[in-house]
Design a protein around this ligand. Structure first.
Ligand code: ADP
Ligand code: MG
Length: 650
């Protein structure tokens, strides 16, 4: 770390104070906008000023095409995290559909279509095919998806080559001559600017945030109510349609297609390289990266002749090594550190604040209850009239030869807090996974409220009011605490319109209130990955509560948390339970915690229910003592929860 005095001196010397403040805030954004606007104006004026030949215009139009393909690739590869090695297939399909429609007459197959309807239909065909293929390939993970798409690409090229009657086979198709380079130049410029604007907007909607959630933790996103398959396929289909549109435009301008120039691997590779160079998963990354790549090609690689492939390889290695977050990430990081520097000079109390330090008084002041806002939440007084929230019977879950959950019945009533304890490996987490519909059941049935959820999927169950936290913490690490919270809304209420809007006022207020309640407000704008383990557990509880659940499953919510914070969590759970009528089913190793909170405890051992009753009853049950202390005993139920009693065999 740089000493404070040096930092102040550096900050003071480098840039005058007012300028520093300006650049660190609105000024920086303004500069980016000015640069963007200048580039646009230049691109608009260029052909009008008569300074550009047809071939320059065509080169630039091809660059717009590459930018568009990269932007589309980034929608699945960058935002959603599905790295597609065959994206150029949509370009080829768009090109071929256009070519086939426009050359029907010369092929003697009918009447040739005019360009605009042909290109629009090509776009629709690409989008529809992408939807169908995405439906099948997008539940593959990681490299399997990438390879499946590469396979799709190769297969489509071969189909085109073989299906000679329609596609002209290896010979290709010739289209009627095109109109005017300038028209296409402006048309594609407009389309590219529109496309970038659209991705910018999309990234700010709930839809965009959900895509990032899918990238970061797809299963977690499902368990929080996001219909991941639908969203993935939708964005994949949109990207396919958009790339198909540019393929159609290209075919028309090129006036000729054959399998080898319509289906080119390098189109995908360029999209990937451009996006990596510019910044994966950023809005401007694919634009800057692709333009940069074109520039490199024009300027450097024409001089390198035979070595340009080597240069390309070296460049890719350099990007991965030195610019892991691309151009955008580089400037972002630098901007952040420059901003720090400016702040050092500007601020007298200079030292950047570390993590939030919570004093006792501070946390007491914060103990403000959250407003009950759940419709139909049972006030504590009415708890005598118990309705069943969740009821599971004869649940069986096997992993190969191991029966992890073996015929367990469990139910939770409204307003109840129920504990689930048992030695490690007794099936508690697996039972939670069964209840939240992550695992297919081998036997048994589950009801949630009045609904039979036995065969529903994770996102549907979340939408019906069951939220959960996880033994292995699942927060979206690259998103801020606030974004994590705002993303965890009740997705069942979002609807199509809500999907394409930003967070609404009510959600924002609710997130604010919960962050305050859970002592996370000072960390609201930090990436969740920077939180301590305890804070992340609190965030998970907050995320679970954001969806107005009727039942929350807590899986070891206090493990790895310091005792003071555990007391805070206890207080908050009680107040949520009492004031909002939220029921809890909690897995805990900290038996004291369970004894304080729960009226009823269920004990599991080797996947079977061993005992059930009040905390005192189960602690005194011989079977439980046997399980904990017996020959197989691994743990002693201890008040502090720390008893992994290896040496405690009696
Ligand atoms: P607990 O949460 O009570 O510690 P778990 O439910 O995590 O126990 O595990 C119960 C048993 O099931 C363990 O023996 C564990 O190894 C096994 N198990 C859990 N998940 C899987 C899985 N995905 N595949 C295979 N075995 C699993
Ligand atoms: Mg577990």
């Amino acid at each position: 770390m740089i000493p404070l005095r040096l930092r102040r001196w550096l900050g003071g010397v480098m840039i005058p104070l007012p300028l520093r403040r300006w650049l660190g805030g609105a000024g920086g954004r303004l500069l980016v906008r000015i640069a963007g606007a200048a580039a646009l104006v230049w691109l608009i004026v260029l052909p009008l000023a008569g300074g550009a030949s047809d071939s320059t215009l065509f080169t630039l139009t091809l660059m717009f095409t590459s930018v568009a393909v990269a932007v589309n690739w980034n929608l699945t590869g960058g935002f959603t995290g599905y790295v597609d090695f065959g994206h150029a297939v949509w370009f080829g399909i768009g090109a071929y559909t256009t070519a086939i429609l426009m050359s029907l007459q010369s092929n003697g197959l009918g009447i040739g279509w005019p360009p605009i309807p042909a290109i629009l239909l090509a776009m629709a065909v690409s989008g529809a095919l992408a939807a169908v293929i995405g439906r099948f390939t997008m539940h593959l993970k990681g490299p399997y998806f990438s390879i499946a798409m590469l396979g799709t690409f190769v297969a489509m090229r071969e189909v085109t080559r073989t299906w000679g009657g329609l596609t002209g086979g290896g010979v290709g198709l010739t289209l009627p001559p095109y109109l005017n380079r300038q028209v296409f130049y402006y048309l594609e410029l407009l389309l590219v600017v529109g496309l970038v604007g659209l991705t910018w907007w999309l990234r700010r909607t709930r839809f965009g945030a959900a895509l990032v959630a899918i990238r970061e933790d797809e299963l977690g996103a499902q368990m929080r109510g996001i219909a991941t398959t639908r969203l993935k396929v939708a964005v994949f289909s949109f990207a396919g349609a958009s790339t198909g549109l540019f393929g159609g435009l290209w075919a028309y301008q090129n006036t000729f297609v054959d399998p080898d120039i319509a289906f080119v691997e390098t189109r995908t590779i360029d999209a990937i390289m451009g996006t990596l160079l510019g910044g994966l998963g950023t809005v401007l990354g694919p634009v800057l990266g692709t333009v940069g790549l074109h520039w490199l090609r024009e300027v450097l690689w024409t001089n390198l002749l035979d070595y340009h492939l080597v240069a390309q390889g070296v460049l890719l290695i350099l990007i991965v090594l030195f610019l892991p977050k691309g151009i955008v990430g580089f400037f972002d990081a630098r901007a952040a550190s420059l901003r720090e520097l400016w702040r050092w000079g500007a601020d007298d109390s200079a030292a950047p604040a570390g993590g939030p330090v919570q004093s006792e008084g501070d946390s007491a002041r914060r103990r403000r209850p959250v407003e009950p806002d759940r419709a139909g939440a049972a006030p504590s007084g009415e708890r005598t009239q118990r309705t069943q929230i969740v009821g599971a019977s004869s649940i069986v879950k096997r992993f190969g030869g191991l029966t992890a959950v073996d015929g367990v019945d469990i139910e939770v009533f409204s307003g109840e807090m129920v504990g689930l304890i048992g030695p490690n490996g007794s099936g508690k987490t697996t039972l939670f996974d069964c209840l939240s519909r992550v695992h297919a059941l081998d036997n048994g049935s589950i009801r949630l409220g009045t609904a039979d959820i036995t065969r529903l999927s994770a996102y549907q169950v979340a939408r019906l009011g069951m939220a959960r936290t996880f033994q292995v913490i699942r927060v979206y690490r690259d998103l801020t605490v606030r974004e994590n919270m705002e993303l965890s809304v009740q997705w069942g209420e979002v609807g199509i319109r809500g999907l394409f809007q930003r967070t609404d006022q009510a959600t924002r207020a609710k997130a604010e209130q919960l962050m305050d309640f859970l002592m996370l407000d000072s960390m609201a704008d930090e990436p969740a990955g920077t939180l301590s383990g305890g804070q992340r557990r609190l965030l998970e509880i907050g995320m679970a509560l954001m969806s107005n659940p009727s039942l929350v499953l807590l899986d070891e919510a206090t493990s790895g948390i310091n005792p003071t914070l555990v007391e805070d969590i206890k207080d908050r759970l009680v107040s949520i339970n009492v004031e909002q009528g939220v029921s809890f089913l909690m897995v805990e190793h900290n038996v004291g915690f369970v004894a304080d909170l729960c009226e009823r405890v269920v004990v599991l051992d080797s996947g079977r229910k061993l005992a059930e009753g009040t905390p005192r009853q189960v602690m005194e049950a011989p079977a439980v003592i046997e399980a904990y202390f017996g020959a197989e005993g691994r743990r002693k139920p201890s008040e502090d929860g720390a008893g992994t009693g290896a040496g405690e065999t009696p």
